[in-house]
Ligand binder design. Structure first.
Ligand SMILES: Cc1ncc(COP(=O)(O)O)c(C=O)c1O
Length: 356
């Protein structure tokens, strides 16, 4: 007997399968705890919020701060926010699904949870594979988008887990050559500095998803936002739960935005660390590391990757195995963390390679 949707029987549970070790370099999190840095300002801001109410001025203040941060001539009407980029993606999927034939188009490999969330709302998902250069066939992508049942194109830029940015001209041409909505996932935007936010007013089919989990160090806080034209925002908001964003979270995000120079200084440090670590790994024989515009590095030690993964686990360091897709066979992904943890990772890599 089915008491829920039949297709859920075949869906895998939403479960991030990572080991919990002392040094967590597996989920692209930050090592900075924003509460520790902003405790006083946060408490001051929180004093002004009546948590017994649904509506509070903090929502408007936060929206204004967010508009100012995003810039690019956007206004409050171009923004919608909620519990992480994930919730924005989920709402977009709900809003585009027409019937059981509807599908979204993503590149592969890309963010794993697109598949999970599309499955959750019974939206099919199809993939166009990246090539060895982590690039893709633009004409084929546009051809797949033109299918009547295709309701959404997804491009993660920079892409997780490959770490690369796609050619901006290509993205522009795709958006211009389709009337289907294109969801650009800019979760790692601050590490690349590349955005299409200034094209929101020009492209009626552009939806940009961003996150506070990465550059703003707020993974556990759960805050993300969507940028699009006023009409699209209005349509997507029709599928939201009312008061989807907690006033507590909003107060913390407001505090983070008021102190964004401090918060984003950390990001500058991560980018510098990334370049140093990339160069070090690149200079090591038998290590293949890919350039990255994010806060992680994807690399391979070929047949030794699995042994290294376990070796790190034995030494209380967790990184991510991203080798499930054939293009990333034997690949691992390490998140840039504190300088000490990055050094520790490199030390273990050197030790491991010298022993094999
Ligand atoms: C590409 C991409 N999109 C979305 C997310 C989800 O971000 P959030 O924590 O804001 O829900 C992640 C998280 O790792 C990600 O890598």
């Amino acid at each position: 007997m089915h008491i829920f949707r039949k297709d859920l029987e075949h869906k895998k549970p939403v479960n991030v399968n990572v080991p919990h070790k002392e040094v967590m370099m597996c989920l692209n999190e930050s090592t900075l705890n924003p509460f520790k840095v902003l405790r006083e300002r946060f408490i001051d801001n929180l004093e002004k919020v009546e948590l017994n109410r649904y509506y509070q001025p903090v929502t408007q203040e936060l929206t204004l701060q967010l508009v100012e941060y995003v810039g690019n001539g956007l206004s409050a009407k171009n923004i919608f926010f909620g519990n992480g980029a994930d919730e924005m993606i989920y709402y977009i999927f709900v809003a585009v699904r027409e019937n059981h034939n509807s599908f979204a188009l993503s590149l592969a490999p890309s963010y794993f949870d697109y598949k999970s969330y599309s499955g959750a709302v019974s939206l099919d998902i199809r993939f166009l594979g990246l090539n060895e250069q982590f690039d893709f066939d633009e004409e084929e992508y546009i051809r797949m988008l033109s299918d009547d049942n295709c309701k959404l194109g997804i491009i993660c830029n920079p892409n997780n887990p490959t770490g690369n940015l796609f050619n901006p001209d290509k993205i522009h041409r795709i958006i211009q050559n389709t009337n289907k909505p294109i969801m650009l996932d800019e979760t790692y935007f601050e590490f690349s500095g590349v955005t299409l936010a200034d094209y929101i007013s020009k492209y009626p089919n552009l939806l940009i998803v961003r996150s506070f989990s990465k550059a703003f160090s707020g993974a556990g806080l759960r805050f993300g936002y969507l940028l699009s034209n006023e009409y699209n925002i209005e349509q997507i908001r029709k599928v939201q739960t009312v008061f989807n964003s907690s006033l507590l979270i909003q107060t913390m995000v407001l505090t983070m935005l008021e102190s964004r120079t401090v918060m984003l200084k950390h990001t500058v440090g991560v980018v510098m660390q990334r370049e140093l670590m990339y160069q070090t790994m690149k200079s090591m024989p038998d290590v293949r590391v890919f350039p990255s515009s994010t806060n992680f590095l994807t690399f391979s030690l070929g047949k030794l990757s699995q042994d290294f993964f376990r070796y790190l686990q034995d030494n209380e360091i967790a990184i991510r195995d991203v080798g499930a897709h054939p293009l990333l066979k034997d690949c691992l992904r390490v998140t840039l963390s504190s300088e000490e943890q990055n050094d520790l990772f490199l030390k273990h890599l050197k030790d491991f390679m010298s022993r094999t």
